[in-house]
Design a protein around this ligand. Structure first.
Ligand code: ADP
Ligand code: ADP
Length: 216
């Protein structure tokens, strides 16, 4: 199955992606995670991306698309994948469609995580990520005052772009550039919305139910 997850920053895409991809036995491909790995690895791509990420802006399409093309060409993505954080604007969506057509395939479904802006800000402000296994936590909702990952014992960190000012810019960028994807995919008749309020497990249950008709 070929799935895209969309929704504002903080909607829970990364959190749900880890469970959905594991339930469906497909690789989770998160452009944000790939950029962050490049930033911490000090690569040229990381140096370039960091500038944009720190401002809350999108990394230029050219760079992002080349990176996604490489990742989708890997063997494990041949029979399916879950994209988290890509596409992020209509030009990226159009190129993705062409790229998949070249591979002789197409997206099955685009899952939109629907959640209001107040909740998104609450989620982003308390987000913590494990520096070892990448698992996502929340200081309040998961009671993570100790900054230790319950899954692997690694240390948790707060992302640089989860500061109040950058959060505001990222939400603006979402409205201007990413939200138009919703009508793009509605027109393509592959958009499915899921209520992303409530506990993580409940949202995963709703997401799996919404995806059930597309499971091959
Ligand atoms: P969030 O989890 O808050 O939605 P991500 O981890 O997906 O954020 O992305 C973090 C940052 O990485 C973005 O603000 C942007 O700078 C960059 N980025 C991620 N995916 C893309 C993309 N598809 N196109 C351009 N920039 C991207
Ligand atoms: P995104 O990838 O869309 O930016 P994340 O999955 O990183 O979002 O989630 C943002 C924050 O919200 C994290 O701290 C995560 O633990 C928390 N979170 C995710 N889903 C829920 C939920 N259903 N209820 C409460 N907190 C959540």
């Amino acid at each position: 199955m070929r799935v895209v997850l969309v929704g504002p920053p903080g909607a829970g895409k990364g959190t749900q992606a880890q469970f959905i991809a594991s339930n469906l036995s497909i690789p989770k491909i998160s452009t944000g995670d790939i950029f962050r790995a490049n930033v911490s690895g000090g690569t040229e791509l990381g140096k370039l991306a960091k500038e944009y990420m720190d401002r809350g802006d999108l990394v230029p399409d050219e760079v992002t698309i080349a990176m996604v093309r490489d990742r989708l060409s890997e063997d494990d993505a041949r029979d399916g994948f879950l994209l988290d954080g890509f596409p992020r604007n209509v030009p990226q969506a159009e190129i993705l469609k062409k790229m998949l057509a070249e591979f002789g395939v197409a997206l099955d479904v685009v899952l939109e995580l629907v959640v209001d802006e107040d909740e998104v800000v609450r989620r982003l402000a308390g987000r913590r990520t494990c520096s070892q296994c990448g698992r996502i936590w929340h200081v309040d909702f998961d009671d993570k005052k100790d900054d230790v990952c319950d899954a692997c014992g690694g240390g948790l960190y707060q992302r640089d772009d989860d500061k109040e000012e950058t959060i505001r810019r990222r939400l603006e960028v979402y409205q201007e550039q990413t939200a138009p994807l919703i009508s793009f995919y509605a027109d393509e008749k592959i958009l499915v919305g899921v209520d992303a309020a409530g506990p993580v497990e409940e949202v995963t249950r709703r997401a799996m139910e919404a995806l059930a008709p597309y499971v091959d």
